[in-house]
Design a protein around this ligand. Structure first.
Ligand SMILES: C[S@@+](CC[C@H](N)C(=O)[O-])C[C@H]1O[C@@H](n2cnc3c(N)ncnc32)[C@H](O)[C@@H]1O
Length: 253
């Protein structure tokens, strides 16, 4: 495994057009076996990923018996948190593009004896969301999907009344000059597609799509704006928060 893979950002910034989707699957096939350990270093060692995951699951407002989709679930790192929220009477559907990541998720399901989790190998861009789901979650994955706006729209259409969508992912801090963003990411990953990811600014696409589809969108930024949690259902106002003490705002609607 080369330095790029160790940094954990190659796949995150790879644009999925045509053959690069195959390339991304190949990357995750290689990473799958040790993903649960190496992802703890993601995007850098000490990053509060678990706290962020917890916040994302809390943002779904799940109740016992709910059905939740974990889009691009990987090895199922969110499953224990989701299980706790929906209970054995609830249902979890994990969707992912990469067979090897799903195989690890299946191992997790078996090891825990869960009978209420099903897995689907599918591209988020073409996934046919089942109707009337209570919640949809995607963590550290959706900014990799160029069709993320369509995925959000189709997911929102499949939600039951009051159902919630939550997306947790990485971003470049808003105040970061372009040259500094490149410098910062280049130190961990000297790889051309980071430029494409930064230029594409997929977190903005996700935010706009969720604002369009979910009227009560909340947007929270973590760790100096290097990650975001966007969550919403149906509602009438938009709130924006940041964990930076210097900036906090609510926008009525
Ligand atoms: C960084 S991992 C995150 C996995 C998991 N969500 C987590 O939080 O640990 C990204 C995952 O997204 C999946 N993925 C990437 N593009 C996808 C797509 N277009 N459709 C479905 N899954 C995709 C990859 O196979 C990989 O398992």
């Amino acid at each position: 495994m080369g330095r790029r893979d160790e940094a954990g950002l190659d796949e995150h910034t790879a644009c999925q057009t045509g053959s690069t989707r195959e390339h991304l699957i190949e990357i995750y096939r290689k990473k799958a076996k040790h993903y649960d350990i190496t992802s703890r270093l993601y995007p850098v060692p000490g990053y509060p990923q678990r706290t962020q995951r917890l916040r994302a699951v809390q943002a779904l407002g799940l109740r016992t018996g709910d059905t939740v989709i974990d889009m691009a679930c990987g090895t199922g790192l969110n499953f224990p948190l989701l299980q706790k929220a929906v209970g054995p009477g609830g249902r979890i559907v994990g969707v992912d593009l990469t067979d090897a990541m799903l195989a690890r998720a299946q191992d997790r399901i078996k090891a825990n004896g869960w009978s209420n989790v099903s897995l689907v190998q599918a591209d988020a861009a073409g996934f046919d969301f089942p109707a009337e789901v209570d919640a949809i979650l995607s963590t550290y994955a959706l900014t990799q999907v160029p069709e993320c706006a369509e995925v959000i729209a189709r997911g929102a259409a499949a939600l039951s009344a009051g159902g919630r969508w939550a997306v947790l992912d990485l971003k470049v801090p808003g105040s970061t000059p372009g040259w500094l963003a490149h410098l910062g990411t280049a130190t961990v990953r000297p790889f051309a597609s980071i430029d494409e990811w930064i230029m594409r600014r997929p977190w903005e696409t996700i935010r706009a799509a969720m604002q369009e589809e979910l009227a009560d969108l909340s947007w929270t930024e973590f760790v100096f704006g290097t990650a975001f949690l966007a969550a919403g259902s149906r509602g009438r106002s938009v709130s924006m928060e940041t964990d930076s003490p210097s900036a906090s705002a609510k926008v009525g609607g």
